[in-house]
Design a protein around this ligand. Structure first.
Ligand code: NAI
Length: 720
């Protein structure tokens, strides 16, 4: 696991775990690392130690499965992990033998903390490697001394943003920031430089340590001066204050980790390293055993990895490879999809009503590439290569032989039927036809196809180049083969799929509209719109519900609810339909028309339309922000539960990932189904009942939720 060799009186500890694809810190490797270090300490011939790896990466971090396993156990178990790492890392600093991290590749989290504990850091200048402490993004904090060593090395001003944003950087950037001390161009040079440093520094001492005069032992200084000023210096106090304000503005206190990091730094920098590590461990246990860490690790790390592998793909269909894709409609969505396919090396035929219109769609890719190059990402050659893959046309004949055709013309059933009939015959023998519709049921659209089994929904989100999710919609007749091909395509263009069954609004639009619908109920009750918007953001939604309704357009919301009324699934007195209708009447259609719930002055920031006060007079008693937050979130969660029970969404993971990536459901909860575990199943059912009694049956928990509560279950197991 860790190969131990001796060369020129230096012990080389080279990580090479066979039990996992990457080197990680886990129950096996941590003791092995400690044993290898001990062997070097005990060998009097060994004058120094080099820590490196034989894999392409250095150490990718702590094994998150290990953290998750201990998340809801006795906190003492979690403390053991941190204590063990701290004992090992602190020994590197205090045993007296010069130790160099020869960072040959990616070093993240605990992997980089190991480097921080070494006396010197040399990184291989490998542009693929990433270095940093990203723990915060998973609800954790660096619990192996990272919150203490980084600010002591770089000063608070440089360290805090790295710790609070979990920034990951290339070796070159790491050198510029001071995260590493030197770069090497090859593995040979990496080792040579490490040997040289050890030779020149036989008795290294970290700046925060000193030798005890009586015993000669290395111990932490009690009065170490942090570069740039400690927490109590004027600069330190300013940086700390700004950091706290930034965290509160960004997280509304929903994420405990950044606040815990600030506390670690604040408290830790006032005491010796040995005592600071105890403080850090205490905060680490607090965040690592939190529901937030559980949700983030489960959904946004382990879950996302699973989803990207395509776990929902039918296993018995051989791998497919989309090499040529046709796109109908070079508007906002079509042009974005063309870009995403081209950068994945797929040949694209972009068709619109005229070549000029299609070229306009291609311009979108040109602009994205230009902007990327200006920001130093990508090269003109790469951009040219991708652009040359996009061919524009107005002739359906050019689509002959496509493995996949994606339709993204206007949202109109008749037009969609017409383009389907025109283009479907051009598909290759085993080709699949997909629609990017956002509202029209796939099974209905498939009726226009000659081969409805090869018809599927591929719902992209806008803007396509930034949005990672694709909602793959299975119509009634969609075959396993079509699903497999669609999922292979999504993987090839490096997006994340969720698979849903056909339904009104599919999964994402159906649940997302609950957020806007509930805000309209609140308006109707006379709740202050400022309060509604603040509560939406405080709950962790990216945008307030009224602002986002304006962005989607009140007209569209009115139209969609109107369609649902026609189809008999909604009543005329539906609040969103009524309010939408009123605003359409007033010509306030939303952001596009520069007037909706907000006013959009040409020369300034948007503000809530004062006329709202007349339409919705303020109620005498205003609810608390907490109550509004609850209504906005519970409404979405309950609709997600219904989608799950109806089989629209089939796994908890798809529901969670879809909610976070599609419409920004707050990630700290783990997603729209994990939310139930976040608040606790019993509590959830009780609160939903209370909300139903107070505001209406839309909040009533389903029988299955009650049953889960009785049995103490919080995981949603598919029934079929
Ligand atoms: P858009 O209005 O920007 O583009 C539609 C394009 O289709 C236009 O360029 C038009 O010239 C072209 N077109 C019309 N008839 C055609 C024909 N016979 N052959 C080829 N091209 C034709 O519309 P957008 O926003 O790109 O939407 C397209 C589809 O994607 C719609 O079904 C929409 O519901 C769906 N969608 C839209 C999202 C959005 O955020 N705008 C998000 C997800 C899906």
């Amino acid at each position: 696991m860790i190969n131990y060799t001796k060369n020129r009186n230096v012990a080389i500890l080279s990580w090479n775990m066979t039990s996992s694809p990457m080197n990680v810190l886990n129950d096996d490797s941590i003791p092995a690392f400690e044993a290898a270090l001990q062997r070097a300490y005990d060998d009097a011939d060994v004058k120094g130690i080099i820590v490196t790896s034989e894999k392409n990466e250095f150490i990718a971090g702590a094994d998150l499965k290990m953290i998750l396993r201990n998340n809801d156990k006795d906190p003492a178990e979690m403390l053991k992990i941190s204590a063990e790492l701290n004992r090992i890392f602190r020994a590197i600093e205090t045993t007296g033998k010069p130790t160099v991290a020869a960072i040959n590749g990616t070093a993240l989290g605990g992997g980089y903390e190991a480097c921080l504990a070494c006396h010197h850091r040399i990184a291989l200048d490998n542009p693929k490697a990433i270095i940093g402490l990203p723990e915060v993004s998973l609800g954790l904090l660096p619990g192996g001394g990272g919150t203490q060593r980084l600010p002591r090395m770089l000063g608070m001003e440089a360290a805090l943003p790295l710790l609070l944003e979990g920034k990951r950087v290339s070796p070159k950037e790491a050198l510029a920031l001071g995260l590493v001390d030197e770069l090497a161009v090859s593995r040979e040079e990496l080792l040579e430089k490490a040997f040289a440093w050890i030779e020149a520094n036989p008795e290294p001492l970290r700046p925060w340590d000193e030798r005890d005069r009586k015993t000669g032992k290395i111990v932490g200084k009690e009065n170490f001066k942090v570069p740039g000023g400690g927490v109590q210096s004027p600069t330190g106090a300013r940086v700390f204050g700004a950091g706290t304000a930034m965290v509160m503005e960004k997280t509304h206190g929903n994420y405990p980790a950044p606040l815990a990091i600030l506390s670690c730094v604040y408290e830790g920098l006032q005491v010796s390293m040995d005592r600071a590590l105890v403080i850090e461990a205490r905060y680490f246990v607090k965040v690592a055993t939190s529901k937030v860490a559980k949700g983030l690790i489960q959904t946004m790390f382990l879950g996302l990895n699973e989803a990207n592998k395509g776990i929902s793909r039918p296993k018995d269909i051989p791998a497919t490879d989309v090499k040529k894709v046709g796109i109908l409609g070079a508007g906002m969505m079509g042009s974005g999809i063309a870009y995403a396919a081209a950068i994945a090396g797929i040949e694209v035929f972009l068709k619109d009503v005229s070549v000029e219109a299609a070229e306009k769609g291609k311009d979108y890719s040109r602009t994205v590439f230009k902007k990327a190059i200006e920001r130093g990402k990508g090269t003109p050659e790469k951009a040219e290569a991708a652009l040359s893959l996009i061919k524009t046309t107005a002739d359906a004949e050019d689509l002959r032989g496509c493995d996949l055709i994606i339709e993204a013309v206007f949202e109109n059933r008749e037009l969609k039927a017409q383009v389907t009939q025109e283009a479907e015959p051009m598909l290759a023998e085993q080709g699949v036809f997909a629609s990017n519709t956002s509202t029209l049921p796939i099974s209905g659209l498939a009726q226009a196809a000659a081969k409805p089994a090869n018809f599927i929904g591929l719902h992209f989100f806008s803007p396509v180049d930034k949005m990672q999710l694709v909602e793959v919609i299975r119509g009634k007749q969609t075959s396993d083969y079509a699903l497999a091909l669609a999922l292979d395509f999504v993987k090839k263009i490096r997006k994340t799929p969720i698979v849903v069954n056909d339904s009104r609004g599919f999964y994402t639009s159906r649940v997302f509209t609950m957020y806007t619908a509930e805000s309209m109920e609140l308006l109707k009750e006379g709740v202050n719109p400022v309060l509604i918007e603040n509560a939406g953001r405080a709950a962790g939604m990216p945008v307030g519900p009224l602002a986002v309704t304006d962005e989607v357009s009140l007209e569209l919301i009115h139209k969609i609810s109107g369609q649902s009324i026609k189809d008999g699934v909604l009543n005329e007195d539906d609040t969103a339909f009524q309010i939408g209708g009123k605003f359409v009447e007033l010509g306030r259609l939303g952001k596009k028309s520069k007037a909706g719930f907000y006013e959009y002055p040409a020369d300034g920031k948007k503000f809530l339309w004062p006329g709202l006060g007349e339409l919705f007079p303020l109620a005498e008693n205003q609810p608390s922000v907490e109550e509004i937050k609850k209504r906005l979130l519970y409404r979405q969660v309950l609709e997600t539960v219904r989608c799950f029970e109806e089989g629209v969404i089939q796994t908890q993971l798809d529901a969670d990932i879809g909610s976070i990536l599609a419409w920004g459901f707050p990630a700290y909860t783990g997603g729209a189904l994990s939310f139930v575990d976040y608040v606790g199943i019993t509590n959830f059912v009780q609160e939903a009942d209370r909300l139903a009694d107070a505001y209406g049956e839309r909040f009533r928990p389903t029988p299955r939720l009650r049953e889960m509560a009785e049995r103490g279950l919080s995981h949603f197991e598919p029934t079929n």
